[in-house]
Design a protein. Structure first.
Length: 97
């Protein structure tokens, strides 16, 4: 069963900023392809990704140092992407958003 997926506006802004940064060095499309693959995997089997805080899961991109943080809505088949963060950043700040 495939889950529906939505991105919070802040997560969408984060991924657009990351893509813009990679566009500057000619890797924007590759970054977006990798992100789409991860989002497809999340939609297909969201429970396979580890829980990192409360009910929030994390999926890592393989070729880029970014993580996708998401929550599965209870009693539904809907996934909400909360953040697209660089792995090098301070992850302690994002649950407070």
């Amino acid at each position: 069963m495939s889950h529906s997926l939505s991105l919070r506006p802040r997560a969408l802004a984060e991924l657009q900023a990351a893509r813009n940064g990679y566009d500057l060095v000619g890797h924007g499309n590759s970054f977006l392809d990798e992100l789409e693959s991860v989002l497809d995997a999340i939609q297909a089997m969201p429970h396979r990704f580890p829980i990192v805080h409360g009910t929030i899961h994390r999926a890592l991109l393989r070729r880029y140092p970014f993580a996708v943080f998401f929550r599965i809505r209870p009693n539904t088949s809907h996934v909400v992407v909360l953040a697209v963060f660089p792995q090098r950043g301070n992850h302690a700040r994002w649950p407070k958003r």
